[in-house]
Design a binder for this molecule. Structure first.
Ligand code: TRP
Length: 349
């Protein structure tokens, strides 16, 4: 069986360093591992519209931003197919058939759907399209016969629901769909990067994100004003690393090479942590180090962004061709699905 990746993001804003360590970096690693036969990266504009129906311009503008974020992180259009969800109509038809295999109660129990409904304060006015987006996501994944889906931790319930749909479909209509495995980042610190203010998650509305497209000075300012341990008032006080976002970022980004290069007094993060916990180490020094680490990681990303930013017609062409390729693959799956469901009337002699 072929090894195939499908994954994607909603184009509702520029991608930030939480997206990067939580999933983008892993996708690039998998892409370059040479272990996959096909890789599809989808800009999920149709899914973005499920809670932005009245703001299509925002979704439209962010398609290009997300495409630039992908290319600047090292997604290589020679190795990966980048495409736009809404332009692959086959996905919608698949979803319509899968919806018959899922109950309202089951979607209502999906933890990600539940928490997103709360976050958006929908109360009793949940758009139906939003409510059923886990089924749409199952269509995205199965249309490409994906065996692996590299995503952030928050997407686990989506994958679980997708696998249930695959089982149900195959049990009802015969073996047709492929069951996907989720791939999470290997470093646990990368699973959920807190905001620069220490809140659990980076979110545009909270203004606590460091974006991949931020310039050097913006990143520095954001790092230097990060929340730390509020009880660490004097340098000599013992500091706390738990719940301290500066240490969460260091755990996600720093490697022993960074210490060797920028701060050779410490061998690695454990040594730095120990000193902070003992007391005698000020926050400003640590933030300066974090800034150096982040700048080292972001500099090549920034350079590639500038490259593609100067070639927007090429980016447009990459999306157009990727979408054409994706459509052909999804059409084949839809053909097989219709045959399995016995709704291929005009083909059936
Ligand atoms: N829900 C994902 C997000 O919010 C985007 C997405 C849509 C996706 N369809 C997908 C991710 C299929 C993986 C597989 O970012």
């Amino acid at each position: 069986m072929q090894k195939i990746i499908l994954t994607g993001d909603r184009p509702t804003g520029r991608l930030h360093v939480g997206h990067y360590v939580g999933s983008l970096k892993e996708r690039v690693r998998l892409q370059n591992s040479g272990q996959f036969d096909q890789i599809f990266i989808m800009i999920a504009d149709a899914q973005a519209l499920t809670d932005n129906a009245h703001n299509p311009q925002k979704v439209r503008d962010n398609i290009l931003e997300v495409a630039l974020d992908y290319l600047s992180c090292g997604i290589d259009p020679q190795k990966s197919t980048i495409f736009i969800q809404s332009q692959v109509a086959e996905l919608t038809e698949l979803m319509f058939y899968y919806m018959n295999l899922v109950t309202v109660a089951r979607v209502g129990r999906n933890p990600t759907v539940k928490s997103e409904i709360k976050m958006r304060d929908f109360k009793t006015s949940i758009p139906l399209g939003f409510f059923v987006y886990p089924v749409s996501q199952a269509a995205d994944i199965t249309a490409f016969r994906a065996t692996a889906v590299p995503v952030g931790e928050d997407q686990l319930p989506m994958l679980e629901q997708c696998r249930e749909i695959v089982h149900s479909f195959n049990a009802t209509y015969g073996d047709t769909l492929v069951e996907p495995q989720v791939i999470l980042p290997q470093n646990k610190a990368c699973l959920r990067l807190p905001g620069t203010d220490g809140k659990a998650k980076m979110s545009k509305s909270l203004g606590n994100c460091i974006y991949l497209s931020d310039d050097e000075e913006t990143v520095r300012k954001k790092v230097m004003s990060m929340f730390t341990d509020p009880n660490h008032l004097r340098v000599e006080d013992p500091g706390q690393v738990e719940g301290n976002p500066v240490f969460a970022y260091l755990a996600a980004f720093s490697r022993p090479e960074h210490f060797a290069q920028f701060w050779p007094e410490y061998k690695d993060l454990d040594e730095l942590k120990a000193h902070y916990q003992r007391g005698g180490l000020g926050d400003v020094k640590i933030k300066k180090f974090l800034n150096q680490v982040l700048q080292a990681e972001l500099a090549p990303i920034r350079a590639r962004r500038a490259h593609w930013q100067a070639r927007l017609p090429e980016v447009y062409e990459i999306l157009k061709q990727g979408t054409q390729q994706a459509r052909a693959v999804a059409a084949q799956t839809l053909h097989d699905v219709r045959a399995a469901m016995k709704i291929n009337y005009f083909e059936d002699k």
